[in-house]
Design a protein around this ligand. Structure first.
Ligand SMILES: NC(=O)C1=CN([C@@H]2O[C@H](COP(=O)(O)OP(=O)(O)OC[C@H]3O[C@@H](n4cnc5c(N)ncnc54)[C@H](O)[C@@H]3O)[C@@H](O)[C@H]2O)C=CC1
Ligand SMILES: CC(=O)C(=O)O
Ligand SMILES: [Mg+2]
Length: 612
């Protein structure tokens, strides 16, 4: 009898995890207060009396049963009261207060948290994601209350294979991993960078419908070179300098082996690694494991879609992309990722060979224009270095203003991490652009690290520009009945779909072809009418719809490359036989969604386990 119940239990709990259309009962292996302290199962005051009896909760909750809708309304009321009560206080104080109230709900009741997040994504993304997540990471030691995710440190060497089994979830689909070495544009934040994988995975749940029970944020703590943190008594990470060289790689190797041993079908997203390790780990693992680097590859796809959108916004055919002069400020993982993908796209368009394609890009780093005369030229930047003998009037290390005045670019794209580097002078110089509709992408995060603000961009460069920033800004009211549209050029428009498509295809690796498919899907998502208004990306309110399309595009690319091994009960042949529409439907069907029905699904006790 117990075996039978257990068998039934494991099947229904699987039903709940895989399909949310008609949520079945939900099986817990614990009872009493342990359930109330488990955010996956906790319904707070929503437990009906029958469940309170069955699960040993009677007396542990106030007597009145409050429905999911009432709990939802109560949370939103509290949130709006907080907004009202903190009016006039400094932005940082307000943002952190909002983060705290959301975080408390996240820790307590995930079903309600994700419903609230999905419904209010436009308001809440800036809290759980950029810019507030940056502030949270900076203040992490003080904000820390409860752990979330896993921490693997240099001291755990040799132990990771057993540690990975400490994670309570049976199945993990998505892992976001950081070593905290380049958190947004805020630099090395060591173990405090864990906020980034948590925020990214929240976006995975909200946008891609990855089941929150199957996500794993990971911090690889290999030390920090941030002196302030090393001297801080309350710092929660290893107080030692970062590991380097083979020592560093052996820690990442051990983690990767451990995670894929336990969950061979998981996807690992590398996030916010300093450039040298971002490129090195991508090369090291991309043909061994199903992984990608979001800062290099996700960002590139979003930027490329924006660059193609800019060509359309200028009223030109896409083939005109080959004539665009693009100045990229920042030669790091993100900037170089964008350049490499843009060159691939140009080569695919057949317009030019790689050498010609590279000639339209101008790359600057902290030492100015990158040229072939640079001493100790980074090999990954070398292909984009200008030969000063060929580009007349541009010397090694030329400043941004010199470059903009000389080149008169169509696009100025910032991934430097340096706030305000697009000065008034630079923006005014862009008025002399050869394009009637130049574009400014101030993509660095968080807000204070943006290369310029939206207001300054429209004020100094003119109302006819196309503008995008990595963190959100309000649209700009010109006071003449017209509004300057602000796009958010952030990799959040692609990474959830890349992960989802890779997962549902069961791809062995994530290839350039799959990433290109993602970018092309985003590029073609907007209508001509929107593009003409300077709207390059969809509203974040549509991110779930977009992500389903991106996921399907990635899946189909994996099938086309014969890399798809299938997912769950759906094999490679079935995937291959799906039409485009069927693929999108398949993706949507597999997206987890929080709902009243799910929240109210009956909770049954797994008797065998609870009382064994
Ligand atoms: N919007 C988005 O989706 C994304 C935004 N980013 C942002 O991009 C920024 C850079 O990220 P990574 O490339 O990974 O960093 P990184 O540290 O690898 O590269 C930064 C680059 O900027 C250059 N730089 C620094 N000061 C400069 C200056 N004054 N003028 C010109 N160049 C300068 C550096 O020399 C380096 O080449 C960060 O702020 C990050 O938040 C990164 C990924 C995605
Ligand atoms: C958005 C992002 O991934 C970054 O700023 O690093
Ligand atoms: Mg990042």
């Amino acid at each position: 009898m117990w075996n039978l119940l257990r068998f039934a239990a494991s099947n229904v709990s699987r039903t709940r995890r895989l399909s949310t259309a008609i949520p079945g009962p939900c099986i817990v292996h614990k009872r009493g207060a342990d359930i109330l302290h488990d955010p996956w199962f906790n319904k707070d005051t929503g437990f009906p009396l029958t469940e309170r009896d069955r699960l040993g909760l009677r007396g542990l909750l106030p007597p009145r049963v409050i429905s999911f809708e009432q709990q939802y309304a109560r949370f939103m009321d509290s949130y709006h009261s907080l907004e009202k009560n903190t009016q006039g206080q400094p932005d940082k104080v307000v943002s952190l207060a909002k983060w705290r109230i959301l975080n408390r709900l996240h820790d307590r009741n995930e079903t309600l948290y994700y419903r609230v997040l999905i419904d209010n994504i436009k308001d809440f993304a800036p809290i759980i994601y950029t810019p507030t997540v940056g502030l949270v990471c900076q203040n992490y030691s003080g904000l820390f209350r409860r752990p979330r995710g896993m921490y693997f440190s240099a001291k755990d060497k040799g132990e990771m294979m057993s540690m990975i089994y400490n994670w309570p979830g049976q199945q993990v689909d998505m892992v976001v991993l950081t070593d905290g070495s380049r958190i947004l544009g805020l630099g090395d934040l060591g173990v405090q960078g864990i906020g980034i994988p948590i925020g990214k995975l929240d976006m995975y749940v909200a946008a891609a419908g990855i089941n929150p029970q199957r996500v794993l944020p990971v911090m690889l703590d290999v030390g920090t070179n941030n002196q302030k943190l090393l001297e801080d008594n309350l710092y929660l990470g290893l107080r030692q300098p970062r590991l380097e060289g083979e020592e560093y790689l052996s820690v990442v190797d051990e983690f990767m082996e451990a995670v894929f041993t336990r969950w061979p079908k998981a996807i690992v997203q590398f996030e916010d690694f300093q450039m040298k390790w971002a490129f090195e780990t991508l090369q090291r693992y991309r043909k061994r494991f199903c992984m990608f680097n979001d800062d290099i590859q996700g960002t590139a796809g979003v930027a490329l879609a924006g660059l193609l959108g800019t060509v359309r916004a200028q009223g030109r055919l896409l083939s005109n992309f080959v004539n665009q002069k693009i100045v990229v400020v920042g030669a790091g993982s993100a900037g170089l990722g964008v350049l490499n993908m843009a060159v691939q796209a140009l080569s695919r368009m057949g317009g030019s060979n790689e050498t010609v394609a590279k000639s339209q890009f101008f790359l600057l780093d902290k030492n100015g224009l990158v040229t072939t005369e640079r001493t100790a030229l980074d090999p990954s930047a070398a292909p984009f270095a200008k030969d000063p003998k060929v580009v007349e009037g541009l010397r090694e290390g030329a400043s941004l203003i010199e470059v903009v005045k000389k080149v008169k670019p169509d696009v100025l794209l910032g991934l430097s991490g340096v706030g305000g580097v697009f000065t008034e002078e630079v923006l005014k110089a862009l008025r002399q652009s050869d394009s009637a509709k130049p574009a400014i992408f101030a993509m660095s995060n968080p807000t204070m690290n943006a290369e310029c603000t939206a207001v300054d961009a429209f004020k100094h460069a003119g109302e006819n520009i196309v503008f995008a920033s990595g963190s959100p800004f309000e649209n700009v009211d010109f006071g003449n009945g017209k509004v300057g549209h602000v796009n958010q050029a952030n990799n959040m428009y692609l990474f959830p779909g890349i992960g989802l498509g890779a997962l549902l295809s069961g791809a062995r690796f994530i290839t350039d072809g799959m990433l290109q498919a993602a970018s092309e899907c985003l590029a073609s998502y907007m209508t001509d009418e929107d593009i003409q208004k300077g709207i390059l990306y969809p509203s974040i309110n549509n991110i779930r719809h977009l992500t389903a399309e991106v996921g399907a595009a990635v899946l189909r690319a994996a099938v086309a490359e014969e890399l798809a091994e299938g997912h769950g009960d759906v094999g490679p042949r079935e995937l291959m036989n799906m039409s485009e529409e069927e693929t999108v439907e398949y993706v949507k069907r597999n997206m987890w969604n929080s709902s009243r029905e799910l929240a109210e699904a009956e909770v049954l006790l797994d008797f065998g386990l609870a009382w064994s």
